[in-house]
Design a protein around this ligand. Structure first.
Ligand code: IYR
Length: 221
């Protein structure tokens, strides 16, 4: 039995020159975004994080199941516990667990087992993917396209943070199981990534790497 109810779309068409003007301005802004590993400890108000999470929550999702949970951490002790656990995993990763090909691919980024951003950044937003739903009777409900859905939501989050003049980092400690334990998440929630958010450190540096050209990322037919 399908149940649906519809209402009119709230949409105002723009003149095409306005569309192109906005398209250029948005691209130029997004093209200035850089992933940053060096954070200042400068505080960021909770409302900014809330608005980024609200923005992420506007993302489309498989069957509109919205299979995401954002855990926003500013408590210094919890951040320190996350850093300690992440660095333990990363020491094992860089110290032998990672295959050589992977370490070679990471070399231009200059990453290592030290993760000061996890305690420097004023906020850590830990994103969990709900691999399945749980109803009021503790019954499991299948969720669809959860990877795609959470990935899109994180994209919205990153764009929102950039738009507000802050920086973030898509940090994926490997493996990430410790996050569900430390943050007391239920069994259906799998850690997806950690997004430290804040201002860049005064001496923040980014790798001198470049984005692919248009002709490398598109085919027009
Ligand atoms: N988890 C490690 C390794 C790492 C993996 C990828 I793929 C990156 O783009 C960057 C780092 C770490 O966080 O250092």
């Amino acid at each position: 039995m399908s149940e649906s109810s519809f209402r009119p779309l709230d949409f105002t068409a723009l003149p095409i020159d306005e569309t192109l003007k906005r398209a250029r301005a948005f691209y130029e802004s997004m093209n200035r975004r850089r992933t940053t590993r060096h954070f200042a400890t400068t505080p960021v108000p909770r409302e900014a994080i809330e608005l980024a999470i609200r923005t992420a929550g506007t993302a489309p999702s498989g069957a509109h199941q919205q299979p995401w949970t954002f855990v926003a951490v500013s408590d210094p002790e919890t951040k320190a516990a996350i850093r300690e656990a992440a660095e333990r995993e990363e020491r094992a990763f860089y110290g032998g667990r990672a295959p050589k090909d992977w370490l070679d691919a990471l070399a231009p980024l200059g990453t290592d087992e030290h993760k000061p951003h996890l305690t420097d950044a004023p906020w850590l937003v830990v994103v969990f993917r709900q691999a399945y739903g749980v109803d009021a009777h503790e019954q499991k409900r299948t969720f669809y396209y959860t990877m795609e859905s959470v990935g899109i939501a994180v994209g919205f989050f990153i764009a929102a943070i950039h738009q507000m003049g802050l920086v973030t980092l898509t940090h994926t400690p490997n493996p990430m199981g410790f996050l569900a334990d430390l943050l007391n998440r239920p069994a259906n929630e799998k850690a997806f990534l950690i997004l430290p958010v804040g201002y860049p450190a005064r001496d923040a540096r980014v790798p001198d790497i470049h984005r692919k050209n248009m002709d490398e990322i598109v085919a027009w037919l």
